[in-house]
Design a protein around this ligand. Structure first.
Ligand SMILES: [Zn+2]
Length: 312
């Protein structure tokens, strides 16, 4: 079971999400109290338990489960984990907390994106006992011992997204907010590549840029992405994410009326190919990013439709 030791008592567990290595990480912070940031989906539950065991931890040893947001690759396994982590409290954005307590609406939403494949991809969703869920406001803190974690409301990817600041680790755990860091072990490329994630249905480029600005003013040294691993110096992650959002804004500006998903997908693939070229990388195609380009295209389409309908 691959465990990555990032120093400052921060550990990453590769969750083998989608059955693939270097896709998703759960982070463990060891202090007087122990925190787990994101569980991955219910399908990754056993992998997560195995990873904890390698760190000499049982599920019962976890004091705090912190969910960056409720998308199933992050929090789909929260219900299972809370059943085993009997003394743990779960911390989430107020809008996310509702969904974790009663996942029915969340499941409906996910089914709109993934259809029949939802359970096969993510496993079953289990509710979390509401008495063990803490809704966290912007700026609230959690002391673990020597270190203090701070919760930041960071919309742009999802309205219910939290980023978590860690004073001792000089870090921000960014969930999906500061883009995806594509590890060579995932893409098969010989370099790391970064691009924002614009999956449906709350993506909003302007709101995302505002959240990026805000996080950057905190001057973290390291960004811990759920997908995948750490960007250090942190500014590199802010740069690639912002650059990607600007490309997407340009794209939205030049798309014809009644744009289709297919057209967005094609354009996005072109944008990424050009970005790779500009960065000096020689790759023959963008296929390794196909899953995310599909999700990103859907998210961009949803944004355009909402904007046209005056729903933003
Ligand atoms: Zn994600």
């Amino acid at each position: 079971m691959p465990i990555i030791d990032y120093g400052s008592d921060i550990y990453g567990i590769d969750l083998f999400e989608e059955g693939r290595p270097f896709r998703s990480t759960a982070y463990v912070i060891k202090d007087s109290e122990i925190a787990l940031i994101d569980t991955g989906s219910a399908k990754s539950h056993q992998v997560l338990l195995d990873g904890l065991a390698e760190l000499k931890l049982r599920a019962e040893d976890i004091d705090h489960l912190i969910m960056t947001h409720v998308h199933l690759d992050h929090a789909g396994g929260a219900g299972q984990m809370m059943q085993k982590s009997t003394r743990a409290l779960l911390h989430a954005h107020p809008l996310a907390a509702e969904h974790l307590i009663d996942p029915a609406r969340l499941e409906q939403g996910v089914r709109r994106v993934y259809g029949e494949q939802t359970t096969a991809l993510f496993g079953p969703l289990m509710p979390v006992d509401k008495n063990r869920v803490l809704s966290r406001d912007d700026g609230e803190v959690l002391r673990l011992g020597r270190r203090t974690l701070t919760f930041y409301h960071t919309p742009g990817h999802a309205k219910h997204h939290l980023c978590i600041g860690d004073d001792l680790g000089h870090a921000i755990f960014s969930g999906d907010m500061v883009g995806i860091r594509y590890h060579p072990g995932y893409t098969g490329w010989d370099f790391t590549y970064g691009f924002p994630t614009t999956s449906p249905g709350d993506f909003d480029p302007e709101v995302m840029l505002a959240s990026l600005d805000r996080l950057q003013t905190l001057h973290p040294r390291r960004i811990f992405h759920t997908h995948f691993g750490v960007t250090e110096p942190a500014d590199e992650a802010f740069d690639f994410c912002r650059r990607g959002v600007h490309y997407i804004q340009e794209l939205i500006g030049r798309l014809p009326a009644n744009v289709t998903y297919e057209l967005i997908y094609q354009a996005l693939s072109q944008i990424i190919a050009q970005d790779l070229q500009r960065l000096g990388h020689k790759v023959s195609n963008t296929d390794p990013l196909a899953v995310d380009m599909m999700l990103n295209s859907q998210g961009i389409l949803v944004y355009i439709q909402k904007k046209e309908a005056g729903k933003l």
